[in-house]
Structure formats: structure tokens, C-alpha cells
Design a protein around this ligand. Structure first.
Ligand SMILES: [Zn+2]
Length: 412
């Protein structure tokens, strides 16, 4: 310990030290050049909590080991582009559309979800040098140290649980580590944001589902839930929750986005909201009538392109490309998306915000069109003065803290 004879010397020294410290801090963020930013981004442990890549795996033209052009085919993630974009880990969404809530409907969707997981396992097994199925929070860094991408599973929509709690155990055993309780319509568990209120929140079964997820160590995802359902979850959940892909309603008034009141409550319980890159959640789209009518005509002519034969699909793609060239999509930018991070950090604090892109589920920004362009987010955060520590929290630290808390509760 050094003592100073006069308080004046102490003050002068303190001021000098503070000056030096802030200089180092500025040097560490705002003044970094592009090469330094990219190398900093590559050094981070990065985790995306929501990609719909399993939807693409069904199609034979997608191979996770090959680099695809996202403007040629609609794929936003493969291992070469994860490497290029410095994305270390991701939650693959096992998504199912809400269908009939009958015994037959529940049996069929359970089978469908199992088949999606089978398909993911096959796709990952083809590239053991590149990835593996991750099950524990610690796998994100463990896999990274082995030079592999940790692929976690999240289930988007609790529809495959049907009315049977033991299905949660079954899917946990298959690797599911978070479950978004519903999608765009109500199910047996809770009300969705886009459906009419059926339970005014969680159903009685939904309360049991939350309890079982807590016991098992499965993270509860509140993206897509009605505000009343989120409030119910927060009232009974024994662990922090996540919103795996949502933005702030104060900046973009979309029902999928989260109000400041709920953001505050989620943070108060230690949870995180993972900012999403889905255009309509980032910024209310400007009317683009020529494009909308050209796209509608295309849809009317071809129907669902994925149901077309290989030859017809190619013809469709030529026409679609022409429409996109004639009437380009007006996409929001990384700056628009980082505005949501700024806002959520202001409301929730730096420990409660992360990133869940929704790539392959419709997400795209003009300057972050696929995972290979993710360093642009880090660049924007640096230019806005976020410290290295803050950026590391946003890219995985906060989410992994929640994941660990959920695991610890189950194993207490
Ligand atoms: Zn979604």
C-alpha cells in the first residue's frame, strides 16, 4: 500500500490514473480498427439462441458442411459461414406449427418433433469434426475449445407435449434444453400473443408444465406468449426465464415484442431477452406496394415453393430472383437492431440482454443477412461505446448465466 503525504498529491495521482484508465478503456473499444474488431469478435464466445435451420435441413440442397449463398438459396447458416461469422454456438429450433388440439393431432406432432430431432442428429453426425449436440451450459465453451460448434436444441411451441407431462421428460432426454411454451396460436399450455384469450395466461396444465420444466432443468422461453401468460410464468417460475428471440415494443410496436413493464419484470427475476433480427420486429416496415403485389402474384402462381418438383422449383427461383431484383426488400439495418439492445440495456441493465437472430425463420438485415455477417453487430456495439466485458455478456455470458441457474435448480 502506498501512502501519500499530502491529499493534493493523492488527488493529482488519482486524476492521472483515472485519465489513463479511461484512455485504455476508449482504446479497448471505440478506437479499435477493423482488424482489431474482427479479431476481438472471433475471440468472443458467441451464442445465438434461435435459428430455424432445422426447417432447411429437410431440403436436399442444404448441407451444413457446404457454404451456401443466402441470396441464391434461402439458407442463413452452415458451418463454413458460422466460422466466417465467428458464431460458436447456436440453439436449433425444433419448431412445429400449431394444429388440431386432439389426441390424434398431439400424437402426430409429437412424432413430427421426434423426426426433426432425428434429422438434426443425422446432419450433425455427418460433420463430427465441426459440431456436436450440446446438452449442458458448459458445452458452449467446452466444444469451442475443441474447435467445434455447440449445437443446442430448443423446442419452439409446446404443442408436441400435448396433455402429457411425461413428454417433457422424453424431449429433455432427446436434448431439448429450452421450450417456447407456444407459437402463434393457443395450445394446451397457454395463450399466444396472436390468439384470443382462452386462459388469461397459463392453463392449469401450463402451471404444471412450468413446474416440471423447473424440476428437469429445461429453460422456459416466453417469446410468442401473451403478456398475461408471461406474467403467470414469472409469478410461479423458480428460475430466471428467457425470451429466445424478441425485441422491444417501445421501439417497434409489434405484438411479438416485449413491453418495458415486462422487460423490467424479466430482469428483476434475473432473466434475459435475446434481441432478434426479424425485420418486422426490428422496425415497422415502410409500405412497399410494388414488391408486395409482385410477391403475391408469385405466390398465387407457384404456391408453396418447397412442394414443387425439382425442375419447377428452379423455374420458380428464376422468377423469384427477378422479382427481388426489380423490387428489392427494404430491410432494417444493424444500427436499427442495436437500437433495441440499447433500449433493453437502458430498461433492464447490461446483464439481461443477448442475441437470438431467428435466421432461417425469416430474419434478415440489410447489413447482416446471414450468420457470416454477425461481426457487424459487434462493430456497431463497439462504435456505440460498449466495453469488451459488456459485449461478451451480450454474446453469451448473460444467457449462459441463466442456463446455469436453471441447471443448478434442477440438481439442487
Ligand atoms: Zn418464433
Amino acid at each position: 500500500m502506498i501512502y501519500f503525504r499530502s491529499s493534493r498529491i493523492t488527488i493529482v495521482l488519482l486524476v492521472t490514473l483515472l485519465g489513463l484508465f479511461s484512455c485504455v478503456n476508449r482504446r479497448s473499444s471505440k478506437t479499435m480498427n477493423d482488424a482489431e474488431i474482427l479479431s476481438f469478435h472471433q475471440s468472443l464466445l458467441t451464442l445465438d439462441t434461435h435459428v430455424d435451420t432445422p426447417l432447411r435441413l429437410k431440403h436436399s440442397d442444404i448441407d451444413l458442411g457446404q457454404r451456401h449463398d443466402p441470396r441464391e438459396i434461402r439458407s442463413k447458416l452452415d458451418f463454413p459461414r458460422m466460422d466466417a461469422g465467428g458464431l460458436d454456438a447456436a440453439f436449433f429450433a425444433v419448431w412445429t406449427a400449431q394444429g388440431s388440439r386432439t389426441e390424434a393431432g398431439h400424437a402426430a406432432v409429437k412424432q413430427q418433433a421426434m423426426e426433426i430431432i432425428d434429422q438434426i442428429e443425422v446432419s450433425l453426425a455427418a460433420y463430427p469434426q465441426w459440431s456436436g449436440l450440446a446438452l449442458r451450459s458448459g458445452d458452449a465453451s467446452d466444444f469451442d475449445q475443441q474447435g467445434k460448434h455447440a449445437i443446442f436444441l430448443g423446442m419452439e411451441n409446446g404443442y408436441p407435449i400435448g396433455t402429457d407431462l411425461t413428454n417433457i421428460d422424453l424431449f429433455y432426454k432427446r436434448g431439448i434444453r429450452y421450450m417456447t411454451l407456444c407459437h402463434t396460436a393457443n395450445n394446451e399450455i397457454c395463450d399466444s400473443y396472436t390468439d384470443t384469450s382462452e386462459y388469461d395466461g397459463l392453463s392449469p396444465f401450463g402451471f404444471q408444465v412450468v413446474e416440471r420444466m423447473n424440476q428437469l432443468g429445461m429453460i422456459i422461453d416466453i417469446s410468442h406468449l401473451s403478456d398475461a401468460a408471461v406474467a403467470d410464468v414469472l409469478a410461479i417460475c423458480k428460475t430466471p426465464v428467457i425470451a429466445s428471440h424478441s425485441c422491444a415494443k417501445a421501439l417497434c410496436d409489434h405484438p411479438r415484442n416485449i413491453s418495458d413493464t415486462l422487460l423490467t419484470k424479466i430482469a428483476a427475476q434475473g432473466g434475459v431477452v435475446q434481441m432478434c433480427l426479424y425485420g418486422e420486429y426490428v422496425k415497422t416496415p415502410e409500405p412497399n406496394l410494388p414488391r408486395d403485389s409482385a410477391r403475391a402474384a408469385l405466390e398465387e402462381k407457384w404456391g408453396d415453393p418447397y412442394k414443387l418438383s425439382a425442375d419447377k422449383y428452379l423455374d420458380y427461383r428464376i422468377e423469384e430472383k427477378a422479382v427481388n431484383q426489380l423490387f428489392p426488400e427494404l430491410l432494417p439495418t444493424v444500427a436499427d437492431a442495436v437500437d433495441h439492445i440499447d433500449h433493453m440495456v437502458k430498461i433492464m441493465g447490461i446483464d439481461h440482454v443477448g442475441i437470438g437472430t431467428d435466421f432461417d425463420g425469416g430474419a434478415a438485415l440489410a447489413d447482416c443477412f446471414d450468420v457470416s455477417e454477425l461481426p457487424n453487430i459487434t462493430r456497431e456495439l463497439i462504435h456505440r461505446g460498449y466495453s469488451r466485458t459488456d459485449i461478451a455478456k451480450i454474446w453469451s455470458g448473460n444467457l449462459l448465466r441463466v442456463f446455469q441457474k436453471v441447471e443448478q435448480f434442477a440438481h439442487r
